[in-house]
Design a protein around this ligand. Structure first.
Ligand SMILES: [Zn+2]
Length: 306
């Protein structure tokens, strides 16, 4: 290295060091007033937009990724989440076994997902392998207990994300496997009561971890199947969940469904149908120690931009 270049480099390093030194004494940046969650569910291997039918031109991971990228450029305090059933539904899954879904979602900037019943379609072992190999985002499920050692690393009961100075706690919930998924595909996986598990999660996230907001990522269904609890039951019976991002029943909700529990507290439920034809947007407004939930949905079409 010549002397001038060397001095230049040193100068840059000294500058950087002094900046770091200064920032250590500066006041912390103000916390963001709004954190946004963009959400999908039941995308079911729909990599390309629909070419026929009522959703012709809609969906497709490239259009969704472009939308997410443009949105994030304007709103950096954004997390992208999915409520399960990423696998199954098009030849992409039959041919590539989930690789395309997980890799493209990683490229699109997904942060967190939970597990749906169809994510077991090639077995629990393969699901774990596919996550390890292809996903650059994290999975959570609190009531599906995997006995496989790899699960401890790849599927956490809950996940914490601090963004814009706000600590957001996420926990995942899966639907009962029995009667829904062939037994050999979920060997080693135990289903625990989602209501009891959710109460524990809220205690942990609000108490121990002091989260500013608690989000359930649920694949239970908007209304539960047979006598199983769904998102409506969860909202009514569990205190302290700000938002349930749901899936499984392919329910199109234009706006968040507001549910009051017996304690006069409110939980909101959102779900955006299936196949990525819509992208959901929820803004969490933080005012006077409370979280106010506002939501909307965006059809994913070539014309749509955020
Ligand atoms: Zn499902």
């Amino acid at each position: 290295m010549d002397r001038r270049l060397f001095l230049q480099r040193i100068g840059q390093a000294a500058c950087a060091a002094s900046l770091t030194g200064c920032s250590a004494w500066a006041a912390p940046p103000p916390k963001a007033k709004v954190i946004t969650l963009l959400h999908t569910n039941d995308t079911h291997s729909r990599i390309d937009p629909f070419t026929t039918g009522p959703y012709k031109g809609q969906g497709g991971i490239a259009q969704r990724a472009a939308w997410i990228r443009a949105f994030r450029a304007k709103h950096p305090h954004t997390l992208v989440i999915d409520a399960g059933d990423i696998f199954q539904g098009t030849p992409y899954f039959n041919l590539f076994h989930g690789r395309v879904e997980l890799e493209t979602m990683s490229l699109a900037g997904y942060d967190i997902a939970t597990i749906g019943n169809h994510d077991f379609d090639l077995g629990a072992e393969w699901l774990l392998t596919a996550i390890e190999r292809y996903a650059k985002f994290s999975f959570c499920s609190a009531n599906l207990q995997f006995s496989q050692a790899a699960a401890q690393k790849w599927i956490r009961p809950y996940l914490l994300r601090t963004i814009g100075g706000r600590k957001i706690g996420f926990f995942g919930l899966g639907v009962r496997c029995e009667g829904l998924i062939p037994t050999h595909l979920w060997r080693g996986v135990r289903y625990l009561d989602p209501i009891a598990v959710s109460r524990k999660m809220v205690q942990l996230l609000r108490g121990t971890h002091q989260c500013d907001a608690v989000i359930a990522l649920s694949h239970l269904g908007f209304v539960g199947y047979r006598s199983e609890p769904g998102d409506m039951d969860l909202a009514q019976q569990v205190r302290g969940i700000d938002l349930i991002v749901g899936g499984h029943t392919h329910t199109f909700l234009n706006a968040p469904k507001r549910i009051s529990n017996a304690f006069q507290e409110q939980t909101h439920i959102v779900q955006v149908g299936h196949s990525g034809v819509w992208l959901g947007q929820v803004d969490l407004h933080f005012t006077d120690g409370h979280v106010h939930v506002q939501g909307t949905t965006h059809p994913i079409t070539p014309e749509q931009t955020p």
